[in-house]
Design a protein around this ligand. Structure first.
Ligand SMILES: NC(=O)c1ccc[n+]([C@@H]2O[C@H](COP(=O)([O-])OP(=O)(O)OC[C@H]3O[C@@H](n4cnc5c(N)ncnc54)[C@H](OP(=O)(O)O)[C@@H]3O)[C@@H](O)[C@H]2O)c1
Length: 168
């Protein structure tokens, strides 16, 4: 399964000047619980921002550069990164940023989305997605954010169900 994980404002802001414009401890803990130990796929800019890698399974970074990194697999395209992820298991968690969300939202099976309640300005955005294609499978309220899980509709009843939603 391709699982997108993101936090955004109601206006779809996810980042500003190469950082996340809010600091919400509860959301950070929530995010960490979701992705820790998993196979993570991200763009090079997001990888550069991860100052304290979690104790997790695998980082896969997409970049046009021919670099090597001892803490991550480096891939030249999203397709290559998805193939690499399959070597580690059936699920890959796509953790941003904007360019990688844009390239994977059309093929993702699930979106784990935190809606930040306060408004923030930014210059990076989560793509629009049609509610006609996605079913809101669950919603959970936290103090400063609302956590929603979306499952791609065409997969319902076939491959994925609510019981597939990753547990924190
Ligand atoms: N709120 C959230 O949930 C969240 C999560 C993650 C990130 N963010 C925010 O999002 C922003 C970063 O997003 P971004 O779009 O600027 O950067 P990004 O998606 O993290 O990384 C972009 C880089 O990925 C590489 N890349 C992308 N597509 C590629 C392809 N098809 N083939 C090869 N390489 C490819 C390129 O690296 P090279 O330049 O090295 O070639 C590109 O410059 C930051 O502000 C960050 O804080 C927010």
């Amino acid at each position: 399964m391709i699982i997108i994980v993101a936090a955004m404002t109601r206006n779809h802001v996810i980042g500003k000047d190469n950082r996340i414009p809010w600091h919400i401890d509860e959301e950070t803990r929530h995010y960490r619980n979701l992705v820790e130990g998993k196979t993570l796929l991200m763009g090079r800019a997001t990888f550069d921002l991860m100052k304290h890698p979690y104790a997790h399974g695998h980082d896969i970074v997409v970049t046009h550069s021919k670099i090597n990194h001892k803490a991550a697999d480096v891939c030249g395209s999203v397709d290559e990164a998805l193939k690499k992820a399959k070597e580690y298991g059936p699920d890959v968690f796509v953790i941003g940023g904007q360019s990688i969300y844009e390239q994977t939202i059309g093929i993702a099976d699930m979106i784990l989305l935190s809606y930040i309640k306060k408004d923030y300005e930014g210059n990076k955005f989560f793509p629009e997605f049609s509610k006609a294609e996605w079913r809101e499978a669950s919603v959970e309220e936290f103090t400063d954010f609302t956590y929603a899980v979306y499952i791609r509709k065409k997969k319902l009843g076939s491959q994925h169900t609510v019981s597939d939603i990753p547990r924190r």
